[in-house]
Ligand binder design. Sequence first.
Ligand code: HQG
Length: 178
Amino acid sequence: MKSQKEHSKFLSLILRHQPEVIQMSLSHDGWADMGELIEKANHHGFNFSRESIAEIVATSDKQRFKISDDGQRIRANQGHSVPVDVGLERKIPPETLFHGTATRFIESIQAQGLIPGSRQYVHLSADEATATQVGKRHGEPVVLSIESAKMHADGFEFFLSENQVWLTKQVPAECIKF
Ligand code: HQG
């Protein structure tokens, strides 16, 4: 039987990256119908119920998902590679934000700055500990300090997702402290 973590990762796959894996599509604002999701995921060996999804959403360490007020739909709060508009809140960032990455990417980041890769945005955090955890996913972690207030003054937009992840389209190398 698959673990709750495997089920959570599968929800991330469907709601952020590849809904087509189970022949679903997301609404323009990122929602998936719960009933359809449960039925189609169950055909792919993932045994979801409304109760088990509610538990994953409630216990997600990063609060990755949100269920609509009427309980009929679910979406990811951030992290998408598919082009959806979750209505992110534009916000003035703090002086400094952090980005966790791996040592093997540093040379390229020094040359290009931070780019979103397959995702819609570059992901930043307000605290260094979170950034270290994110970096560890890719290898030997390094935490970069981002001059976010300076970027904002220069016209870059910042957004804060429902689950408190800071997002921006790109970070020029000259605004990164290595
Ligand atoms: C790196 C997780 C070379 C970037 C986390 C990162 C996060 C470059 C990797 C969220 C580069 C992309 C996102 C450049 C950026 N050259 N490498 N110019 N610019 N990179 O997974 O930020 O647990 O797409 O440093 O907690 O690691 O899934 O992004 O290492 O919030 O909910 O390219 O995903 O959340 O990797 O992680 P990712 P990320 P969940």
